[in-house]
Design a binder for this molecule. Structure first.
Ligand code: MG
Length: 168
Protein backbone atom coordinates (compact mmCIF):
# COMPACT_ATOMS: atom_id res chain seq x y z
CA UNK A 1 0.00 0.00 0.00
CA UNK A 2 1.30 3.49 -0.89
CA UNK A 3 1.90 5.66 2.14
CA UNK A 4 0.98 9.33 1.78
CA UNK A 5 3.80 11.68 0.79
CA UNK A 6 4.82 14.34 3.30
CA UNK A 7 5.36 17.98 2.37
CA UNK A 8 9.06 17.72 3.19
CA UNK A 9 9.38 14.64 1.01
CA UNK A 10 7.62 16.38 -1.89
CA UNK A 11 9.89 19.41 -1.48
CA UNK A 12 13.03 17.23 -1.56
CA UNK A 13 11.88 15.31 -4.66
CA UNK A 14 10.94 18.55 -6.40
CA UNK A 15 14.36 20.02 -5.68
CA UNK A 16 16.13 16.96 -7.12
CA UNK A 17 14.07 17.18 -10.31
CA UNK A 18 14.68 20.92 -10.59
CA UNK A 19 18.39 20.12 -10.48
CA UNK A 20 17.86 17.58 -13.31
CA UNK A 21 18.31 14.46 -11.24
CA UNK A 22 15.71 11.74 -11.67
CA UNK A 23 15.02 8.96 -9.21
CA UNK A 24 15.56 6.51 -12.09
CA UNK A 25 19.13 7.74 -12.51
CA UNK A 26 19.78 7.19 -8.83
CA UNK A 27 18.19 3.74 -9.11
CA UNK A 28 20.64 2.91 -11.92
CA UNK A 29 23.53 3.48 -9.51
CA UNK A 30 21.85 1.19 -6.99
CA UNK A 31 21.38 -1.46 -9.66
CA UNK A 32 25.06 -1.37 -10.60
CA UNK A 33 26.10 -1.57 -6.93
CA UNK A 34 23.87 -4.54 -6.14
CA UNK A 35 23.88 -6.53 -9.40
CA UNK A 36 27.09 -8.45 -8.52
CA UNK A 37 25.51 -9.66 -5.25
CA UNK A 38 21.85 -10.16 -5.96
CA UNK A 39 20.62 -12.42 -8.66
CA UNK A 40 17.64 -11.12 -10.59
CA UNK A 41 17.80 -7.65 -9.10
CA UNK A 42 15.44 -5.38 -11.03
CA UNK A 43 15.38 -1.66 -11.73
CA UNK A 44 11.90 -1.57 -10.16
CA UNK A 45 13.26 -2.89 -6.89
CA UNK A 46 16.09 -0.36 -6.96
CA UNK A 47 13.71 2.49 -7.68
CA UNK A 48 11.39 1.40 -4.89
CA UNK A 49 14.32 1.43 -2.44
CA UNK A 50 15.41 4.89 -3.59
CA UNK A 51 11.86 6.09 -2.87
CA UNK A 52 11.94 4.49 0.57
CA UNK A 53 15.22 6.24 1.39
CA UNK A 54 13.63 9.55 0.41
CA UNK A 55 10.87 8.95 2.94
CA UNK A 56 13.32 9.52 5.81
CA UNK A 57 13.32 12.94 7.37
CA UNK A 58 17.14 13.04 7.77
CA UNK A 59 17.45 12.38 4.05
CA UNK A 60 14.90 15.03 3.10
CA UNK A 61 16.65 17.60 5.31
CA UNK A 62 20.06 16.82 3.83
CA UNK A 63 18.73 17.03 0.26
CA UNK A 64 17.07 20.39 0.91
CA UNK A 65 20.06 21.88 2.74
CA UNK A 66 22.69 20.75 0.23
CA UNK A 67 20.78 21.82 -2.87
CA UNK A 68 19.93 25.16 -1.28
CA UNK A 69 23.63 25.87 -0.68
CA UNK A 70 24.47 24.91 -4.29
CA UNK A 71 21.80 27.28 -5.59
CA UNK A 72 22.84 30.15 -3.31
CA UNK A 73 26.44 29.70 -4.48
CA UNK A 74 25.29 29.70 -8.12
CA UNK A 75 23.47 32.96 -7.48
CA UNK A 76 26.50 34.48 -5.73
CA UNK A 77 24.50 34.96 -2.55
CA UNK A 78 26.89 33.44 -0.01
CA UNK A 79 29.49 35.37 1.96
CA UNK A 80 33.18 35.09 1.30
CA UNK A 81 35.05 32.77 1.73
CA UNK A 82 32.20 30.20 1.65
CA UNK A 83 31.01 31.61 -1.69
CA UNK A 84 34.34 30.83 -3.39
CA UNK A 85 34.86 27.53 -1.60
CA UNK A 86 31.50 26.10 -2.67
CA UNK A 87 31.57 27.59 -6.19
CA UNK A 88 35.03 26.12 -6.84
CA UNK A 89 34.12 22.81 -5.16
CA UNK A 90 37.38 22.90 -3.26
CA UNK A 91 38.65 19.45 -2.48
CA UNK A 92 39.49 20.12 1.14
CA UNK A 93 36.10 21.62 2.00
CA UNK A 94 34.67 18.24 3.01
CA UNK A 95 31.36 19.49 4.39
CA UNK A 96 29.53 18.28 1.26
CA UNK A 97 30.60 14.72 2.15
CA UNK A 98 29.80 15.26 5.84
CA UNK A 99 26.26 16.40 5.00
CA UNK A 100 25.84 13.36 2.74
CA UNK A 101 26.81 11.10 5.64
CA UNK A 102 23.55 12.12 7.33
CA UNK A 103 21.89 10.17 4.49
CA UNK A 104 24.29 7.23 4.46
CA UNK A 105 24.15 6.73 8.23
CA UNK A 106 20.46 5.92 8.14
CA UNK A 107 21.31 2.41 6.90
CA UNK A 108 24.59 1.62 8.62
CA UNK A 109 28.09 0.76 7.56
CA UNK A 110 27.42 -0.96 4.23
CA UNK A 111 26.17 2.42 3.11
CA UNK A 112 29.48 3.99 4.03
CA UNK A 113 31.48 1.59 1.87
CA UNK A 114 29.18 2.11 -1.09
CA UNK A 115 29.28 5.87 -0.65
CA UNK A 116 33.09 5.91 -0.71
CA UNK A 117 33.08 3.71 -3.79
CA UNK A 118 30.70 5.99 -5.69
CA UNK A 119 32.60 9.09 -4.58
CA UNK A 120 35.83 7.66 -5.96
CA UNK A 121 34.51 6.22 -9.23
CA UNK A 122 31.90 8.87 -9.99
CA UNK A 123 29.80 6.71 -12.32
CA UNK A 124 26.95 7.91 -14.56
CA UNK A 125 24.83 10.72 -13.07
CA UNK A 126 27.50 11.53 -10.47
CA UNK A 127 30.03 12.09 -13.23
CA UNK A 128 27.59 14.34 -15.07
CA UNK A 129 27.01 16.43 -11.95
CA UNK A 130 30.70 16.55 -11.17
CA UNK A 131 31.67 17.69 -14.67
CA UNK A 132 29.14 20.53 -14.54
CA UNK A 133 31.92 22.29 -12.64
CA UNK A 134 33.20 23.84 -15.87
CA UNK A 135 29.92 25.67 -16.44
CA UNK A 136 28.18 28.13 -14.14
CA UNK A 137 26.41 25.21 -12.45
CA UNK A 138 27.30 24.46 -8.86
CA UNK A 139 26.70 20.85 -7.77
CA UNK A 140 29.19 20.72 -4.92
CA UNK A 141 26.63 19.23 -2.53
CA UNK A 142 24.39 17.52 -5.06
CA UNK A 143 26.89 14.96 -6.37
CA UNK A 144 27.46 13.69 -2.82
CA UNK A 145 23.76 13.73 -2.01
CA UNK A 146 22.97 11.61 -5.06
CA UNK A 147 25.78 9.17 -4.24
CA UNK A 148 24.58 8.96 -0.65
CA UNK A 149 20.95 8.23 -1.61
CA UNK A 150 22.14 5.47 -3.96
CA UNK A 151 24.47 4.05 -1.29
CA UNK A 152 21.70 4.09 1.32
CA UNK A 153 19.24 2.40 -1.07
CA UNK A 154 21.84 -0.26 -1.87
CA UNK A 155 22.37 -1.00 1.84
CA UNK A 156 18.64 -1.10 2.38
CA UNK A 157 18.47 -3.85 -0.25
CA UNK A 158 21.48 -5.65 1.22
CA UNK A 159 19.89 -5.65 4.68
CA UNK A 160 16.78 -7.24 3.24
CA UNK A 161 18.87 -10.15 1.87
CA UNK A 162 20.09 -12.16 4.88
CA UNK A 163 21.89 -14.60 2.56
CA UNK A 164 24.33 -11.82 1.68
CA UNK A 165 25.83 -11.59 5.15
CA UNK A 166 29.00 -13.44 4.21
CA UNK A 167 29.62 -11.38 1.09
CA UNK A 168 29.93 -8.06 2.86
MG1 MG B 1 30.91 17.28 -3.70
Amino acid sequence: MEQPTSTLEEAAMKRLLERDVTLEEIAELVFDLQAPYIENITMDRCLENVKQVLRKREVQNAVLTGIELDILAEEGKLSSPLQEIITNDEGLFGIDEVLALAIVNVYGSIGLTNFGYLDKLKPKVINRLDSGKDSSEVNTFLDDIVGAIAAAAASRIAHSEPKLDSNY
